[in-house]
Design a protein around this ligand. Structure first.
Ligand code: NAD
Ligand code: IPM
Ligand code: MN
Length: 358
């Protein structure tokens, strides 16, 4: 048997609902394949935990996560706790301390999803965004000065290091070279307006490109790139971006393949000296929390990415096939996809498809 231990952090809002469905799907896969044994350790770290304890996680929280094979997370953040407090108290320290410097975010139209862009189908919407996940614009370096006066101001510095930039670019080039359909890499920049960090980034794109001469590389300004996501998504293969640019691009990427309910993400520590973390691109969606209508597709797809990362390729493929069958049949779609089903009905249907393959 293959045993995996998963740190399970549902978090806030719809994170709780969608993660429950992902876990049901993993359980269905375990009954399909008796050799797969998944143990979960649950953590109630969340904004509610913060209200009760004054912190998002215990002081030794990261130590408690360290020994697990993967972390499966819903979403963090809820009205009542300032977002920078909740996110810097839980999600961002995990990404950083565990050196999950690669954030893999596929932009791929699944079978059964009605293409949001006119004239663009399955062939046109299939690329991957690599988001730098440890530095860049998310620096926490800076400060507020002269608060309460006419001179009130805030400064935030972006940090781009040779080490941090080279490692994410190498990963992206290597992916484009080995798995890319067209061996093409698009690097997001803004070196026209941001005149220190972005020229630095571009310089390393060219340098690492020389290690991967088979990869066709383009450096595209982030503003134009955002437009091209909509007008010519078929031109992308692997896209690499700094932390903030990658964040914004991937909500846009979600929108062009069916919305935030669909898009998964994997926070990868390539060296495997710490666990990697799998979580939807979307947040806790307070506007629909508690209504039972959140789309669990992203969370279920994340479970698939987690299985891939653990080397369970066949089961990941069964999961993705079952998920797409349910989307294609269309009877259990959630309201964001035009259906009437609940979060749970969708998840149950995916499980039924999986068990039907036994
Ligand atoms: P959001 O992604 O939570 O919601 C944006 C919109 O998309 C909302 O209208 C929401 O209803 C919809 N949506 C999101 N996921 C959906 C799903 N699975 N099914 C159907 N509709 C869905 O973004 P936001 O409103 O900017 O953020 C809400 C909170 O979540 C904030 O506290 C934010 O900081 C946090 N957040 C956390 C994470 C994370 O932990 N990974 C990611 C993004 C945002
Ligand atoms: C994401 C989220 C987070 C980010 C927030 C909640 C800090 O938007 O995972 O995309 O910006 O990384
Ligand atoms: Mn985001």
């Amino acid at each position: 048997t293959r045993h995996y231990s998963i740190a399970f952090i549902p978090g806030d809002g719809i994170g709780v609902d969608v993660l429950g469905e992902g876990r049901k799907v993993l359980d269905a896969l375990s009954s399909l394949d008796g050799g797969l044994k998944i143990g979960y350790q649950e953590f109630d770290w969340s904004c509610e935990y913060y209200m009760n304890n004054g912190v998002m996680m215990p002081e030794n929280g990261l130590d408690q996560l360290k020994g697990h094979d993967s972390i499966y997370l819903g979403a963090v953040g809820y009205p009542g706790v300032p977002d920078h407090v909740s996110l810097w108290g839980l999600l961002l320290p995990i990404r950083r301390q565990f050196q999950q410097y690669i954030n893999l975010r596929p932009v791929k139209l699944l079978r059964g999803i009605k293409p949001p862009l006119a004239g663009k189908g399955l062939e046109d919407l299939d690329f991957i965004v690599i988001r730098e996940n440890n530095e860049g614009e998310y620096s926490s370096i800076g400060g507020r000065m002269y608060e309460g006066t006419e001179m009130d101001m805030a400064i935030q510095s972006a940090v781009f290091t040779r080490h941090g930039v080279e490692r994410v670019l190498r990963y992206a080039f290597s992916l484009a070279s080995s798995k890319g359909k067209r061996k093409k890499l698009t690097a997001a920049t803004k070196s026209n307006g941001i005149n220190h960090t972005m020229p630095f980034w571009d310089e390393y794109v060219r340098k690492i490109n020389s290690e991967y001469p088979d990869v066709a590389t383009e450096i595209t300004h982030i503003d134009a790139l955002a437009a091209f996501f909509v007008t010519k998504p078929e031109s992308f293969d692997v896209v690499v971006a700094s932390n903030l640019f990658g964040d914004i691009l991937t909500d846009l990427g979600a929108a062009i393949v069916g919305g935030l309910g669909i898009a998964p993400s994997a926070n990868i520590n390539p060296e495997k000296n710490f666990p990697s973390m799998f979580e939807p691109v979307h947040g806790s969606a307070p506007d629909i929390a508690g209504k039972g209508i959140a789309n669990p597709t992203a969370a279920i797809w994340c479970a698939g990415m987690m299985l891939d990362h653990l080397g369970e390729y066949e089961l990941a493929a069964v999961l993705m096939e079952s998920l797409q069958q349910v989307l294609e049949e269309g009877a259990a779609l959630t309201p964001d996809l035009g259906g009437k089903a609940s979060t749970w009905e969708f998840g149950d249907e995916v499980c039924r498809k999986i068990l039907g393959k036994g």
